[in-house]
Design a protein around this ligand. Structure first.
Ligand code: PLP
Length: 452
């Protein structure tokens, strides 16, 4: 339970190491875990959380880590954000669940109204709510297939869309997501992504789109495509930002082909990239948008929002689920969205970019192992390579992340080749804390990465 007097509001915003990492209490929990929790679920950090807020996570030994992960782009509004805590406490005391399919309630409707207002485009929109990102993606494909009467789904190299059977098929990377878990859902077609760092130098977004489209037309057939599904900036795939023009060209092709253009904004949404949604940076208006992660300040909630005629093309009862749009999660989402508006967290994400990007670029200048610096807003990454080549260096990436952890800075890795350090700070992180985290990163690079 959050004690409002000593809660995250008053949680000291500092990096503080008071034991070795992990400390004795975390080690004891690790022992219990080893006996009770499957080893198939991994953890980035060896420490166990006790409380978190603002830009820090405090472990059970009293160590305070600077959070550059936000629980994978979830706590954009901060952990245990005061407005979210209050809304959840009020809702949980009123009722916890009736099932929207049995006895509906206002919170669900209000979240769908917000999604209509916030997602790109001013066309008539409708939404359905679910529990996880994967579930939202599954339902996007259901709607697209039902509405078009077609079955083929086009996805991209380096894509990540989830871990359920259909979304494993949509996801590109074998280890750890797919290995040994087949057979996978059929009629999924993977085409090349625009990946400026690894494409032929000078490849424009339009050229990269033409390459993908040629493959779709020759190998799938435009008339068979139910949906083109893409992350506007890829998340797990390594924060790959497509060249300008790539997304608009694909959206345009989809429109002409009668295919549904689906933007998976699960990681990029809710102010993360400096706008409500990353599609906005290129003026792209998707037919369907999937949301989750940042939507509800840490409570499990996901949304599928899109053109009203698409969303209403499914028979009544065709979409749903026991917990989808749980009232407590909806209350959290409404408080999260209100906080994002009131505190201009999209602006905060742009300010984080303004602080971080020059520092990351300086690292690239100083060492020979940073091949690329990229991202938008508070979704930034460096891609690490063997000095002077473009060969991925996953081993060094892992060592740098671990060294940051040992110094009290939580960083995540990503990428098809495991060689991307990615940064996803809570949008409410303080400037001083962020600067301190960057100082730690500098020191770690100075120690582990050869200077130019
Ligand atoms: C995390 C993620 C998902 C899956 O969401 P879950 O809530 O983990 O099921 C899907 N798409 C993208 C882009 C994601 O980042």
């Amino acid at each position: 339970m959050t004690d409002l007097l000593t809660g995250p509001d008053t949680l000291a915003q500092e990096r503080r190491l008071v034991t070795e990492v992990p400390g004795p209490r975390s080690r004891a929990l690790a022992d219990r875990r080893a006996a009770a929790v499957t080893s198939a679920v991994g953890s980035t950090m060896p420490v166990y959380a006790e409380r978190a807020g603002g830009g820090v996570i405090v472990d059970v030994d009293g160590n305070s880590f600077i959070d550059l992960g936000s629980g994978i782009a979830v706590t954009n509004v901060g952990n245990a954000a005061p407005a979210v805590v209050a809304a959840v406490q009020a809702q949980v005391a009123a009722f916890t669940h009736t099932c929207f399919m049995v006895t509906p309630y206002e919170g669900y409707v209000a979240v769908c109204e917000e999604l209509s207002a916030l997602t790109p485009g001013d066309h008539a929109k409708k939404s359905a709510l679910f529990n996880s990102g994967a579930e939202a993606v599954e339902n996007a494909v259901k709607v697209a297939r039902h509405a078009t009467g077609r079955t083929a789904v086009v996805v991209f190299d380096h894509a990540y869309h989830g871990r359920t059977n259909l979304t494993m098929a949509l996801t590109a990377k074998n280890m750890p997501y797919k290995d040994g878990f087949g057979p996978f859902a059929s009629d999924i077609h993977r085409v090349p992504m625009s990946y400026p760092f690894r494409d032929q130098p000078g490849t424009t977004g339009e050229q990269a789109a033409a390459r993908a489209i040629a493959m779709i037309e020759t190998q799938v057939g435009a008339g068979n495509v139910a949906a083109v599904l893409i992350e506007p900036i890829q998340g797990e795939g390594g924060f790959v930002v497509p060249a300008p023009g790539f997304l608009p060209a694909l959206a345009e092709w989809s429109r002409e082909a009668g295919a549904v253009f689906i933007a998976d904004e699960i990681q990029t949404g809710f102010c993360r990239t400096g706008a409500w949604f990353a599609s906005e940076h290129e003026g792209v208006v998707p037919d369907l948008v999937t949301t989750a992660k940042g939507i509800a300040g840490g409570l499990p909630l996901a949304g599928l929002t899109g053109r009203a005629e698409l969303m209403d093309s499914v028979h009544t009862g065709g979409l749903g689920g026991t917990y989808g749009g749980n009232p407590v999660a909806c209350a959290a989402a409404l408080a999260t969205i209100r906080t994002m508006r009131e505190q201009d967290l999209a602006g905060a994400a742009r300010a984080i970019e303004a602080t971080m990007l020059p520092r990351l670029r300086a690292l690239q200048e100083r060492t020979s192992v940073v091949g690329d610096v990229r991202g938008r807003g508070a979704m930034l990454a460096v891609e690490l390579v063997k000095a002077g080549t473009s060969e991925p260096d996953a081993e060094l990436t892992g060592r740098i992340a671990k060294a940051c952890h040992a110094q009290g800075v939580l960083t995540l890795t990503a990428g098809t080749f495991g060689n991307v350090l990615r940064f996803l700070p809570p949008l409410v992180i303080g400037q001083e804390l962020l600067t301190e985290a960057l100082d730690v990163l500098d020191a770690v690079f100075d120690e582990l990465a050869p200077a130019r």
